[in-house]
Write a protein that binds this ligand. Structure first.
Ligand SMILES: [Zn+2]
Length: 228
């Protein structure tokens, strides 16, 4: 069922990415391998550091942060002290950096986080903005990708989190396979989101339900749209 794919409760749409521990959407594999080849020709070793994540994995991340067992960051990436925050402040600080379980684009298998394995080992990758900025190990790769996205009208990959709209923090490392993800995005309804939260075992669930329309708009719907 598409609702299970959208909320991370199905793996039927996935295939393994050989040579890695990751799974991606079956319809994206051919184009992803072509992208890797293209990058290789231009001197980049474009590799995946995160791909499909299931509901339970995302639930553990959320609950650990909501319980103060994992670091919380402010809007600009500086550490926060859990004990000094209200429940709503904790909730919004998590939403800036992590998706709610059932509402992560990583459930879809179409969205991946990438790095350049020529300049950084997988162990070193932290997925912070500075890694993708001037002087950072992934800067050249992302400049190259920007050029591809800008100059090729049918380029299948794009960045849903490139602009800071006040919701999810910009994530230059996060790529989405547009031909499939734009369809999934269109299917992800408020109704599905609401039911998923109501039936969850989320820490801070009451706070989330109180702010549900705002969260849907600001942290789920408000992404950069695909260029085609
Ligand atoms: Zn990501």
């Amino acid at each position: 069922m598409i609702s299970d794919i959208l909320t991370g409760k199905s793996t039927s749409h996935l295939v393994p990415l050989e040579g890695t521990k990751f799974f991606i959407h079956s319809e994206m594999k051919k184009d992803f391998l072509a992208l890797q080849n293209l990058a290789r020709q231009d001197g980049f070793d474009l590799q995946v550091i995160s791909a499909f994540r299931d509901y339970d994995r995302q639930l553990k991340i959320w609950n650990a942060k909501a319980n103060g067992e994992r670091a919380l960051l402010d809007n600009f990436g500086s550490p926060l002290v859990y004990q000094t925050l209200t429940h709503n402040e904790v909730m919004f600080s998590i939403l800036r950096w992590s998706a709610l379980p059932g509402a992560s684009r990583h459930h879809w298998g179409t969205d991946i986080d990438i790095f350049n394995a020529h300049t950084q080992s997988a162990d070193e990758v932290e997925l912070t903005p500075s890694e993708t900025e001037i002087g950072g190990p992934a800067f050249e790769l992302h400049e190259w990708l920007d050029e591809k996205i800008r100059t090729n009208n049918s380029f299948a990959f794009y960045r849903p989190y490139s602009t800071d709209t006040g919701g999810v923090s910009p994530e230059r490392w996060h790529l989405s396979y547009s031909p499939v993800s734009k369809k999934l995005f269109a299917e992800y309804s408020y109704d599905l989101f609401q039911k998923n939260i109501q039936n969850s075992e989320l820490v801070l669930k009451e706070n989330i339900l109180e702010h549900l329309p705002l969260i849907f708009e600001k942290y789920i719907q408000s992404v950069d749209s695909s260029p085609f």
